[in-house]
Design a protein around this ligand. Structure first.
Ligand SMILES: [Zn+2]
Length: 136
């Protein structure tokens, strides 16, 4: 995947249409074409990065400050009680923050969940701690 074939790059550069709700020098936000809930909004950087760890720190900070602003707008726009965020780069391999309006008493999508075996979670805790201590 490169910027010439990336659908989100094309949206960011107005090469294909999308329901844009926001734009500045570094980001666009638009409605997800297949929303979990109506009003489901995606924030993407105009530059192509796949994963959260690929963004420079200052750009990543801007992304989440923008997410806060968008959350306030979405809450106001759709009279929802809260929003749920997912940071993604998988289905479309271009970093995006997905903001889904949330309503008390309503479930969003049904997700598959894994379950830890007894004490298995402790192994995962230790693995993360070791990674943090090693400095990666
Ligand atoms: Zn892209």
């Amino acid at each position: 995947m490169n910027t010439e074939t990336c659908i989100f790059c094309k949206i960011a550069h107005h090469e294909i249409p999308a329901d844009l709700v926001y734009e500045d020098d570094h980001f666009v936000a638009f409605l997800d074409i297949n929303p979990v809930k109506k009003g489901h909004t995606l924030i993407i950087p105009k530059d192509h990065y796949r994963w959260i760890q690929d963004l420079p720190d200052d750009r990543l900070s801007e992304a989440f400050i923008l997410a806060k602003k968008m959350i306030k707008a979405i809450k106001s726009a759709f009279a929802c009680q809260f929003t749920q965020l997912v940071v993604e780069g998988n289905e479309v391999p271009h970093f995006h923050i997905s903001i889904v309006p949330g309503y008390e008493g309503q479930l969003n999508a049904t997700f598959f969940h894994e379950a830890y075996a007894v004490n298995e979670s402790k192994e995962y805790v230790e693995k993360v701690k070791r990674a943090l201590e090693s400095g990666f």
